[in-house]
Write a protein that binds this ligand. Structure first.
Ligand code: HEC
Ligand code: HEC
Ligand code: HEC
Ligand code: HEC
Ligand code: HEC
Length: 342
């Protein structure tokens, strides 16, 4: 199955082979070129994080064809066709299919595999531990075990992440954390203000449509749930709660962290009720609420997160209860679905 560096193909020129795959499968190639797999090493977010932690460990997944060797051309193909389809050498790995279902005309040998059609095709890179030797290893990413515990455990990752194209074949675009519309479609959010001082936000994950926790993947991703007063001051007060895997701080220059708690959606109660208590000075005012999926680059002093991009999942305005109707005005608003980052 596909895996991080080192690749163990003898006498295969990965760049040349990849260019061949691309030339015969142009539609797949276009999608892949624009995907985070192709950009796994070059994408700004990775480069930023890598600058502060320039480990061979990181390169093994983000530049699996280059590995520790600083070869720009191999780094630039990121997780490549050959990484996923040619982990062992000559035969091209392909999903198992019922006999006579096509693919027979391939001018190259194929290795049809049930495992390649399952989450095993993704597992070696999408679930892994910190690169240190702890008595009990700590996981940096846990998407595969989350998937195996989820309501969608029977659906392979590709079912959701590689949808069938109208003209046949499967998409290699792998849109996820930059796809606001898809993300909003899987979380239903309602906000209310049971008392003047309290905001209650109910988040319900469509567990059958998400095959793991939300967020999953990168250890720093989070969902921020906040209420902000409409007070007319320069810095209106915000009360916030963050749903995430919560970590102990690593020492300076150290990536050693321990998970303290995990309150992401899909872990524990669903629906999730988040209650925020407002500053008493705001009890007489309308408040804005907002739920945002955030991509975090690192944590900075004071426990604040350096957010490099995200998607608004829901937002609105809540009047003071008893003071007319409780409004939920801007839910599903037309704000750009993606702010910052790429
Ligand atoms: C000379 C052209 C050519 C080259 C080079 C080539 N392919 Fe193919 N490939 C085909 C054709 C034609 C088929 C059969 C029709 C189809 O399924 O697209 C095929 C079939 C496949 C299939 C099976 C599709 C199925 O039925 O499930 C996979 C996977 C695949 N190729 C991947 C690759 C990869 C990865 C590379 C590079 C290592 C590659 N191909 C190189 C032409 C090529
Ligand atoms: C060789 C390692 C490797 C394999 C195998 C692999 N991935 Fe990835 N994947 C990555 C890396 C690294 C990234 C992150 C790229 C980035 O943004 O820097 C990624 C990104 C993604 C993303 C985009 C995440 C986002 O934030 O939007 C999705 C979705 C994804 N992979 C799904 C899959 C699925 C499904 C499979 C199996 C069919 C798979 N991957 C196989 C390494 C791999
Ligand atoms: C992150 C891993 C990954 C990468 C990168 C990747 N593929 Fe695939 N590809 C898969 C998986 C998994 C399947 C089978 C999905 C299934 O049917 O379960 C697949 C299916 C295919 C198929 C058959 C379905 C179709 O669309 O016709 C072809 C052909 C193919 N890949 C070619 C390529 C080429 C060419 C590249 C590079 C431009 C590439 N793949 C990059 C994982 C990958
Ligand atoms: C039932 C459908 C489904 C299955 C199965 C599934 N996912 Fe997802 N995945 C989603 C949805 C929905 C999202 C969130 C929407 C988005 O990020 O745009 C997502 C997001 C992601 C992300 C982006 C990180 C994030 O939280 O935004 C990664 C990486 C990912 N999935 C990997 C995988 C891997 C690897 C597997 C298999 C082990 C898998 N997924 C199985 C539906 C699915
Ligand atoms: C075993 C494979 C693996 C290793 C090792 C690894 N990563 Fe990743 N990384 C991934 C996968 C898979 C994703 C995609 C998950 C997601 O999008 O949430 C990812 C996502 C990321 C992202 C988010 C990129 C984006 O486009 O949003 C950053 C940043 C990142 N990794 C940095 C690092 C750094 C720094 C290291 C070394 C300390 C490292 N990674 C080591 C597999 C790996």
């Amino acid at each position: 199955m596909p895996h991080p560096a080192p690749q163990a193909r003898a006498g295969v020129d990965a760049l040349a082979r990849n260019a061949e795959c691309e030339s015969c499968h142009p539609e797949v190639a276009d999608e892949w070129r624009a995907s985070l797999h192709a950009e796994a090493f070059t994408v700004r977010e990775f480069q930023h994080a890598f600058r502060s932690e320039p480990l061979a460990f990181c390169r093994s997944c983000h530049a699996p064809e280059a590995g520790p060797a600083k070869e720009p051309a191999l780094e630039a193909i990121g997780v490549a066709c050959v990484t996923c389809h040619l982990p062992e050498g000559e035969r091209v790995l392909a999903a198992a299919r019922p006999a006579g279902a096509g693919g027979g005309a391939a001018p190259h040998p194929l290795a049809r595999s049930e495992r390649f059609a399952s989450d095993e095709a993704c597992a070696a890179c999408h679930e892994f531990t910190f690169p240190d030797r702890r008595p009990v290893p700590e996981f940096m990413q846990t998407t595969v075990r989350e998937h195996r515990r989820s309501a969608a455990a029977e659906r392979p990752c590709a079912d959701c992440h590689m949808p069938e194209r109208p003209g046949g074949g499967r998409s290699h675009a792998f849109h996820a954390s930059r796809d606001g519309a898809w993300m909003r479609s899987v979380v239903a959010i309602e906000a209310s203000r049971p008392t003047a001082e309290e905001v209650e936000i109910r988040l319900e994950l469509d567990a059958a449509a998400v095959g793991h926790a939300l967020p999953t993947g990168d250890l720093f991703r989070q969902i921020s749930v906040e209420a902000r007063s409409t007070r007319r001051s320069l810095r209106p007060l915000t009360v916030r709660r963050v749903l995430a895997r919560h970590w102990s701080a690593g020492g300076p220059g150290s990536i050693h962290r321990e998970e303290l708690a995990d309150d992401r959606l899909g872990v524990g109660d669903n629906p999730r009720i988040v209650r925020l208590t407002l500053d008493p000075a705001d009890a007489a005012l309308a408040v804005r609420w907002r739920v945002r999926y955030e991509r975090v680059e690192s944590f900075v002093a004071g426990g604040e997160a350096l957010v490099v991009g995200g998607v608004v999942l829901g937002e609105g305005l809540l009047e003071v209860p008893g003071d007319g109707v409780v409004e939920d005005a801007e839910r599903g608003s037309t704000r750009p679905s993606y702010e910052g980052g790429r």
